[in-house]
Design a protein around this ligand. Structure first.
Ligand code: FDP
Length: 337
């Protein structure tokens, strides 16, 4: 079959009644912004975009020039389309309603403009993650509280990975699909329809240097993985850790695996390391739509009721059976088994 573009895919979805014109436009605008980010990243050292911006975000993290640039690109692209009521980003303290000068729509957009940005200066894959929610009925000027909806209410989620090729992975709740950027024609082309994460895996991703700070169930879980064939899991496991969530999740989308950023004593007070609203939830939606699973270790990720825009959570996601195993270790620990 002849490959189809993102535009054509979205029009087909609209004709099938699965999205409306506003959501189609929203996705097109986000995809276009991601192409602009991809071009800036691709220039690397020649574009003068590497290095620190000399500022920090609300989370106390140093911002890279490309964090700020990517944020500005997404904000600017989405301000005037008429499809959004408000936006929220990792790089902004609070959400922003669409300015009065522009028409407002019915959707809310959350994004992490440049995930894994600590990898940018060493030319390793980074990405953009986004999530789309409905603006609650009757709300014309949304505030932070209107974004605090559980992941199950997401109408669309996606990420772009800026690697050897730029790929957009998208779900509107009808499977997860992979698009690859054709740099010559400037279009995202559908390259894998209905991608499926294998249910079982022999590969795990975690920052092992945090091991001594983990909780007991995580210690036991990874301890058993490391024992391989001789241990209770009865098979040898391989480990990968890119340290860009997008790149690690993309590997799992492609060939299976489990990604975890568990609770540890360093991040316990904050609730975890990764952010619920624009990292864990969109990835959980994408992974579930690809047949995988996502959990905090104790609860399905998409069922978490958010309490803050920048809330953090522990994350386990990927191959369904392996996530179930990690959850089992937590359950057995909590039940004192
Ligand atoms: P980064 O801080 O570079 O943006 O979002 C946080 C994140 O990267 C994830 O992309 C990545 O998986 C994780 O942090 C890396 O954590 P470590 O520094 O502990 O490896």
């Amino acid at each position: 079959m002849k490959p189809i573009s993102l535009t054509r895919y979205l029009i087909q979805e609209q004709h099938a009644g699965r999205i409306n014109a506003d959501l189609r436009l929203l996705i097109e605008v986000v995809a276009r912004a991601c192409k602009t980010i991809s071009i800036a990243i691709g220039k690397g050292a020649l574009g003068g975009v590497l290095g620190d911006a000399g500022t920090g975000n609300i989370q106390g993290e140093a911002q890279k020039k490309l964090d700020v640039l990517s944020n500005d690109i997404l904000l600017e692209a989405n301000a005037w389309g008429g499809h959004l009521a408000g936006l929220a980003s990792e790089e902004m303290d609070h959400s922003q309603p669409i300015p009065d000068a522009f028409q407002r729509g019915n959707y809310l957009l959350l994004f992490d403009p440049l995930d894994g940005s600590s990898n940018i200066d060493v030319n390793i894959s980074v990405g953009t993650i986004f999530s789309v929610l409905r603006c609650p009925e009757g709300v014309t000027t949304p505030g932070d509280e209107h974004f605090l909806q559980p992941g199950t209410t997401q109408v669309c989620a996606g990420y772009t990975t800026y690697g050897p090729s730029t790929q957009l992975v998208l779900t509107i709740g009808h499977g997860t699909h992979v698009f690859t950027l054709d740099r010559e024609i400037g279009s995202f082309i559908l390259t894998t329809r209905d991608v499926q994460v294998p249910a079982e895996t022999k590969e795990f991703a975690v920052n092992m240097s945090n091991q001594r700070f983990w909780e007991a169930p995580m210690q036991r879980y990874v301890g058993d993985l490391l024992q391989g064939k001789e241990g209770p899991r009865g098979k040898d496991f391989n480990m990968r850790w890119v340290a860009s969530m997008v790149a690690d999740v993309h590997r799992i989308i492609t060939r299976g695996g489990i990604f975890s950023y568990p609770l540890d004593s360093k991040c316990r007070d904050k609730g975890g390391k990764l952010r619920l609203m624009y990292e864990a939830n969109p990835m959980a939606f994408i992974i579930e739509q690809a047949g995988g699973a996502a959990s905090t270790g104790r609860q399905r990720m998409l069922d978490v009721q958010p309490t803050g825009l920048h809330q953090r959570v522990p994350v386990f996601l990927g191959s369904r059976d392996e996530v179930a195993e990690a959850v089992r270790y937590h359950r057995e620990h909590d039940q004192g088994a």
